[in-house]
Design a protein around this ligand. Sequence first.
Ligand SMILES: CC(C)(COP(=O)(O)OP(=O)(O)OC[C@H]1O[C@@H](n2cnc3c(N)ncnc32)[C@H](O)[C@@H]1OP(=O)(O)O)[C@@H](O)C(=O)NCCC(=O)NCCS
Length: 178
Amino acid sequence: MNLTLATERLLLRSPLRGDAARLAGLLNNYAVASNLAHVKLPHTTKDTELWLPRLIASRAPEQSGFVIIMREAGVVGLVSFRRDGDATILGYWLGEEFWGRGIMSEAVTGALKWYFTHSKTDIVTSGVFHFNMASLAIQHKMGFVETGRSVVRCLARNADIEHIDTELTRQAFEDATK
Ligand SMILES: CC(C)(COP(=O)(O)OP(=O)(O)OC[C@H]1O[C@@H](n2cnc3c(N)ncnc32)[C@H](O)[C@@H]1OP(=O)(O)O)[C@@H](O)C(=O)NCCC(=O)NCCS
């Protein structure tokens, strides 16, 4: 799948192999990786080349990703969907210097609109480590609700962290964003 979506300030485009070095450079930062489960530090271009092909090769909405592109800065982050049994899991991250400008709210809104247009599934799951209030605020704006708590391994912290589990229905997203 090779796609480019446009939002007000951003382009969301299917990842390319050539994005690996830039993505690794942004991810190789404790402030970013310590809020994600699966990113070990240090994170090199070779590490990124191990997980990126899954997003490049996929044709299914439930297993797709978009690099987030700002006109003035190029690739600044990633939003992705991952299949896990019957569920689709939403994940996202942004390079630290781009935080606090509403970029991820805009990117996640665009990606979810695309997802619900192209997938037959009606539920997306996600969640945040218990201290990640900025990410939880984004999810609440989209219509996600908390479904429980779990414990998730954070590779960057090398620790098990309390996780707020969340879920979004197609209807709740439509209600939250209309
Ligand atoms: C979390 C992250 C994606 C946020 O991206 P961003 O572009 O800065 O987010 P936005 O500006 O779109 O929205 C953040 C929202 O959180 C709110 N917020 C920020 N800090 C907050 C805090 N400490 N408590 C409550 N709300 C907070 C902001 O006010 C904003 O809400 P608003 O639009 O209603 O004002 C970014 O910081 C990041 O990539 N962090 C590292 C990786 C990560 O955490 N990924 C998500 C894993 S679940």
